[in-house]
Design a protein around this ligand. Structure first.
Ligand code: SF4
Length: 65
């Protein structure tokens, strides 16, 4: 699973980093970025929590071909 953050939608609230600090960080530009290329198996729950907690739906799953 790969996740990306839609910078237009992200409001830099930090909720995602609160539940998934291993996967996301808020940059100096006040947008969150996903720190990992591929979500590791043992971080899937964190990834799901981040998806659930984001108030703007800015975290999106990257479709894999
Ligand atoms: S929870 Fe959503 S809006 Fe808040 S920093 Fe993370 S990606 Fe951005």
């Amino acid at each position: 699973m790969k996740l990306t953050v839609n910078k237009e939608a992200c409001v830099g609230c930090g909720a995602c980093t609160g539940v998934a600090e291993d996967l996301f960080e808020v940059t100096d530009e006040q947008v969150s970025v996903c720190k990992v290329e591929e979500i590791p198996e043992d971080k899937m729950q964190q990834a799901q929590d981040a998806l659930d907690v984001c108030p703007t739906g800015a975290i999106v799953e990257v479709e894999e071909k």
